[in-house]
Design a protein around this ligand. Structure first.
Ligand SMILES: [Ca+2]
Length: 485
């Protein structure tokens, strides 16, 4: 009957129009569906600079206020024993984003130019661009900004840290930089980086997207508006636990690492340790609010149910534990950092994974979840199985490298550190979560140390250095080397 035919044609037309306007649809310009291929998930990739494990749900510091990071954790799986590949910005990010460890690339320090050791083709972001994704980003992803320009479809630029056009009541203690901004959130560049991400989430995208939001805070300077300081009143601040004489059982190389900056001596001399702790907590609370804004935007967008979220901090941060400040060490405070995943159809809410993983897992996991081939050079293992079941078996350990041939292994119980000169530290996290008692010299642990040492890299290349004019022996490496552990 004519009426019924019309009505079924109308239904078909409505269905086609609906599909054509779906932001994830893949259609011929005439509105005809081209294939039944499953739609690729979008990726929201949130990098946070210098955020240690002072995140509420991780339980390390009960003063910290991170409702949005905790909310994100409840949406999927949070890793409670996740560690950077290197406890410094540049090598940590280079390893995570290239798929190659510092021991292979020679990128050990912030001054080691990653562009000479790895290339655009190896970049995680490039895999997504080559797979047809729109690759978008703003802020800090690689050290100093967004890295290789060819990875990106478009960007909002690296922006910066610090503050915009406002006065700061500077309260720094030597190299520990912090102060109160005379302005609101718009004075902090990260607010505009969040704005960029929100704007992209509010747009219609023809292709799946890989959206990077690279936050700078809580990297120093901890210059944020007063309201974040007020969230952490000075008279309520507690210092992190420390032990008198903690360094007495450390090898000389470790003591040098702890004291190299002179920060702790300066903080003690100032009598203002609590102010520095307050400032770091304030910067974390600011950052948490920006994460919340981005999550709100995602939840209101058409992409909420088909977007993988991966949030990571690039390494930890000491605030006086082991008489040390900043990163630049192989202890728990310097290596442990947040790692939170939401993968629609894979993760379930409220997942907590206590397996020890490092950030080399991020690259292959994102590829696997998105149906993108994992390039041969990538050394990490995908943790998709842990996302699906956080309690499932996992036989790998976390490995962190700081400088040439200094490494730390972290499994679910132990931390074993071995420096290039052969000196060692061993800590039992079942009894000693602040790593106060070095057990490495106890003969009963020899077999354990041998077993953990099997995970140390066998290749430890020299640091890659800047090419000086006419130096033919220091040409950029084409592929950053082979695939050793
Ligand atoms: Ca000790």
């Amino acid at each position: 009957m004519p009426h019924r035919r019309f009505s079924s044609s109308l239904r078909l037309a409505i269905a086609l129009v609906t599909l054509c306007f779906h932001p994830l649809g893949c259609f011929h310009p005439l509105g005809i569906a081209l294939s039944a291929e499953p739609k690729k998930p979008n990726v929201l990739f949130i990098a946070v600079d210098d955020l240690n494990h002072w995140v509420g749900h991780l339980g390390r510091n009960k003063q910290t206020k991170t409702p949005n990071l905790d909310r994100l954790a409840k949406m999927g799986v949070t890793f409670t024993n996740a560690h950077c590949a290197a406890p410094i910005c540049n090598p940590s990010r280079t390893a995570l984003l290239s798929g190659l460890r510092p021991s292979t690339t020679g990128v050990y320090d912030n001054g080691d130019p990653y562009e000479l050791a790895v290339n655009n083709k190896q970049s995680l972001v490039t895999q997504f661009k080559d797979a047809g994704y729109e690759t978008l980003g703003m802020g800090k992803l690689w050290h100093g900004g967004l890295g290789f320009p060819k990875q990106w479809t478009s960007t909002g630029g690296p922006d910066g840290n610090g503050q915009r056009k406002t006065k700061v009541d500077d309260r720094s203690i030597g190299g520990i930089k912090f102060g109160i901004i005379d302005g609101d959130d718009t004075s902090v560049p990260d607010t505009h980086i969040a704005d960029y991400g929100i704007a992209e989430l509010n747009k219609a995208h023809d292709q799946p997207f890989f959206l990077t939001i690279g936050f700078h805070k809580p990297h120093m300077p901890w210059n944020v508006p007063k309201k974040y300081y007020d969230m952490h009143p000075l008279d309520s601040i507690e210092l992190p636990p420390t032990k008198q004489g903690d360094l007495d059982d450390l090898p000389a190389v470790a003591i040098r690492m702890a004291h190299s900056s002179g920060d702790h001596a300066a903080v003690l001399a100032s009598g203002r340790w609590k102010e520095a702790v307050q400032a770091y907590l304030a910067a974390i609370s600011y950052l948490d609010g920006q994460v919340g804004r981005v999550l709100d935007a995602l939840e209101k967008s058409p992409y909420a149910s088909n977007t993988i979220i991966c949030l990571w901090g690039d390494h930890g941060w000491h605030l006086g534990e082991k008489e040390h400040w900043r990163k630049f060490a192989l202890w728990e405070e310097a290596t442990r950092a947040p790692l939170i995943w939401v993968a629609p159809g894979v993760t379930k809410p409220n997942g907590v994974c206590n397996r020890s993983v490092d950030f080399m897992t991020i690259y292959p996991t994102l590829c696997e979840l998105s149906g993108i081939p994992i390039p041969d050079h990538v050394v990490g293992k995908s943790i998709r199985s842990l996302l699906a079941d956080p309690n499932s078996a996992w036989n790998d350990v976390a490995l962190t490298t700081f400088g040439q041939n200094n490494h730390a292994i972290r499994d679910e119980r132990w931390r074993y550190i071995r420096y290039a000169d052969g000196s060692e530290e061993l800590y039992d996290h079942n009894n000693d979560s602040y790593e106060w008692t070095n057990l490495a010299s106890k003969p009963e642990h020899n077999a354990l140390k041998q077993q953990l040492a099997m995970n140390f890299p066998t290749t430890n290349v020299p640091a890659v250095k800047k090419v000086s004019a006419g130096d033919e022996n220091q040409k950029p490496k084409k592929n950053g080397g082979k695939k050793p552990k």
